[in-house]
Design a protein around this ligand. Structure first.
Ligand code: AMP
Ligand code: MG
Length: 402
């Protein structure tokens, strides 16, 4: 473990070897929505699977219709459904409907609006060209063609495409099971009655759960543990067995009442990373617990101050969860805007300022302090200022939308 707080880049480099996509699972197709495909998927069938009519009308031999007003004998009827193995000979037509297989010999469909039916005879008012209103077998997809790439997200359309190939299940990278635990004897759960002197309502862990769900993951489970290392160690011992990621909120520093490091010590877990050069968000911990039954659980210790928790979650937890979902090329989209005012960072750590982007301008908003949740609620972007950096009004900057 590092002895001094690490720059963000070095912290990420330390974490990277531990970030791997979760083991793939085969799931019912509809449960795959939004997940990443664990495999390349190739067409087993051509698409369309057989020549079929694009319109309701009459299947004909196009050569028979070269004279407008051609008069043909209607010999059979083919609705969509099981092929009746029909034939269309010279001078003949087959009544046909959208999606129905083309009769042998017919090479075009004349749509019903362009026909006059009298008894068993049909007059084609227009001449047809070969292939007209026919969806040819394999004209969109041929056997062996790659339909979905490994790592691609399964959108509704891709799910439809797989269904059109007869797939009922698909192998995907599942979503991480996350648990968020708050620590702190001063916390009272929202809804658990009025505050006693010295208490505050728990907010940071609730926000983290919403933040994680906002990234497209299932809503994480929540829990609370006081500032007792033994109780937290017991919690972790139980939870780590069924979670991919445990996020502990608060208690990550070295105060006498900070339970995270002592709890990990009791469990024999050595943190991989502790503290980063970041404002807000210096108290940050990353560790890994090997599960007795195989596999591992990643443990994040995030600051209890809500703004610090939010920023560290955006910068470090979010990329981790993305890569566990197989989204290794995930790169937060940055936006280039200009400063509405002069901004500076007199401190010795990079400062992630909370601000609002409006009309292409960035305005710092609210109290820039790590507990200032109201200010955070006003912001839609983060701007990183390096230590000692000062930027003039009108300066172009890249911000991280949040
Ligand atoms: P800690 O990280 O435990 O040292 O807490 C830092 C500050 O954040 C303290 O003022 C705590 O009371 C506050 N805090 C800790 N956890 C939470 C939480 N879950 N919700 C709101 N505030 C918290
Ligand atoms: Mg605390």
């Amino acid at each position: 473990m590092n002895s001094k707080p690490l720059p963000l880049g070095e912290a990420i480099a330390l974490m990277l070897p531990h970030l791997k996509p979760l083991a793939s699972e085969e799931k019912p197709l509809l449960d795959c929505l939004g997940l990443r495909s664990a495999e390349d998927c190739f067409a087993q069938w051509p698409q369309p699977p057989f020549d079929n009519a694009m319109m309701d009308g009459f299947a004909v031999r196009s050569a028979d219709t070269q004279q407008p007003g051609a008069d043909l004998l209607v010999v059979a009827r083919q609705p969509a459904g099981r092929a009746r193995n029909l034939k269309c000979g010279p001078g003949e037509a087959v009544r046909i409907f959208t999606g129905a297989p083309m009769p042998e010999g017919a090479d075009a469909v004349v749509m019903q609006e362009d026909c006059e039916l009298t008894g068993a005879r049909v007059r084609c008012l227009v001449s047809a060209t070969a292939g007209e209103f026919v969806r040819r077998q394999g004209s969109e997809v041929c056997i062996g063609q790659r339909l979905v790439h490994r790592g691609q997200r399964l959108t509704a359309a891709r799910i439809g495409l797989l269904a059109s190939q007869g797939c009922s299940h698909h192998r995907v990278i599942p979503q991480a099971k996350v648990l968020v635990v708050s620590t702190g004897d001063e916390l009272r759960a929202p809804g658990a009655g009025p505050l006693l002197p010295g208490e505050i309502y728990e907010s940071a862990a609730t926000m983290l759960r919403a933040q994680i769900a906002g990234w497209g993951l299932p809503m994480p489970e929540g829990g609370h543990c006081g500032d007792h290392p033994r109780a937290l160690a017991e919690w972790l011992g139980q939870c780590c067995n069924h979670c991919d990621v445990v996020v502990i909120c608060g208690g990550v520093s070295v105060g006498e009442h900070d339970p995270v490091k002592p709890a990990l010590q009791q469990l024999g877990i050595e943190p991989i990373l502790w503290r980063i050069q970041l404002k807000p968000g210096k108290p940050f911990l990353f560790a890994k617990q090997q599960r007795p039954q195989g596999g591992s659980t990643l443990i994040f210790g995030l600051p209890g101050n809500p703004v610090s928790a939010f920023v560290t979650a955006e910068l470090l937890l979010r990329p981790t969860l993305m890569s566990m979902q197989g989204n290794t090329d995930w790169n937060p989209e940055r936006q280039t805007v200009v400063l509405a005012e002069e901004l500076s960072n007199p401190g010795d750590r990079p400062h992630y300022l909370r601000g609002k982007v409006e009309g292409g301008m960035f305005y710092a908003v609210g109290l820039q302090q790590s507990h200032a949740l109201f200010g955070l609620s006003q912001c839609n972007a983060l701007l990183a200022l390096a230590p000692g950096q000062s930027l003039a009004q009108g300066h172009p900057v890249e911000v991280l939308p949040c």
